[in-house]
Write a protein that binds this ligand. Structure first.
Ligand SMILES: [Cu+2]
Length: 330
């Protein structure tokens, strides 16, 4: 930037000033801004990021978003800083019609660029892989035979207090969800109750078109395809309610295909599940349901004519859901 010195007129007025160390200046300003932005993100934004911390998968997703923001902020700050610095410091002064000095290459800048971008890409690759394997698929649908498993004991009957894995089959149909608990005699309910601190395996499937099971606060999302067993894992860490939505446009009442699930204590869950099981045993519904199956025939159920509800009031759906007319509350 010694253009002024090369012009005879300007050179006559004042001696050429030495160029300031632009690189170090930029680096110092960038370091301060990037550090400030990353600290703000970590301490103020991170705790409020979706989807919250209700389950292991939700926690991991929140952490992932925070780490990606922390990785991205220094990059965008570098771009904006260079942009602003160039406009302020390197703009042409009034009356200056000279060209800048020709540039033929700069090993330092080129090496920094290649090393910097390679490091960023490799970091994202390693971080993403670790965060996918660590929480056993991060709450997403892993297909019928996942390559990882959550730690937990496989049992035929679920009991509180141990580390039993809870199996829940999630069945989508136009336009409602039902949930089957194979470890409780295969009882089914339109209410999704889960015990806290329990590894859960969801088996997501559909009776008709493609739906998508999205338990927002649990950080679980898995496609529901007919005749496909799509497995997703999570462990709820906090009690409370969460939203279940269909996340795949599945027909005219897709928007109404949601309800609320509950994470309750292990003993409350066991009491609720046994209660529903007993009720369905008594009214004969349970006997018609196989213990565990990937395929369902919803038309069989209404023929029983017992304790079944035709959902017309909300969805207008011609279908039926399984489960008791008066669900047992925990
Ligand atoms: Cu749907």
């Amino acid at each position: 930037m010694s253009a002024a010195a090369e012009t005879p007129a300007a050179g006559a007025d004042a001696p050429a000033k030495p160029e300031p160390a632009h690189g170090w200046r930029l680096f110092t300003i960038w370091l301060v801004l990037a550090l400030a932005a990353d600290l703000l993100i970590w301490f103020f934004l991170y705790p409020h990021l979706p989807p919250g911390r209700m389950s292991t998968s939700a926690k991991h997703q929140q952490f992932d978003i925070a780490v990606l923001m922390i990785s991205a902020a220094p990059v965008i700050i570098a771009v904006w800083l260079y942009f602003g610095y160039a406009i302020v410091v390197w703009r042409a002064r009034p009356g200056d019609d000279t060209d800048g000095p020709p540039i033929h290459g700069h090993t330092g800048v080129q090496a920094t660029w290649i090393i910097g971008t390679s490091a960023i890409v490799l970091w994202l690759f390693v971080f993403g892989t670790v965060e996918l394997i660590g929480p056993a698929g991060a709450g997403a649908g892993e297909g019928p035979s996942p390559i990882w498993k959550l730690a937990g004991t496989q049992t035929a009957n679920w009991a509180p207090g141990g580390n039993d894995m809870l199996q829940v089959q999630v069945i989508g149909q136009q336009w409602t969800w039902s949930y089957r608990y194979p470890q409780f005699g295969g009882m089914e309910s339109t209410q999704l109750f889960l015990p806290v601190d329990t590894p859960v395996t969801f088996h997501v499937t559909s009776l008709d078109v493609i739906h998508s099971f999205w338990a927002y606060q649990l950080g679980v999302k898995a496609d529901a395809n007919p005749a496909v067993d799509n497995v997703a894992y999570t462990t709820a860490k906090q009690m409370g309610s969460f939203v279940v939505r269909c996340n795949e446009l599945c027909g005219i009442w897709h928007g109404a295909m949601f309800n609320y699930g509950q994470v309750v204590s292990q003993s409350a869950f066991a009491a609720w599940a046994r209660g529903v099981q007993a009720q369905e045993q008594a009214n004969g519904v349970l006997a018609t349901l196989p213990p565990f199956s990937l395929t369902y025939d919803p038309t069989v159920i209404p023929q029983l004519g017992k304790a079944l509800t035709n959902i017309v009031q909300v969805t207008g759906a011609p279908g039926y859901y399984y489960g008791p007319a008066n669900p047992v509350q925990p």
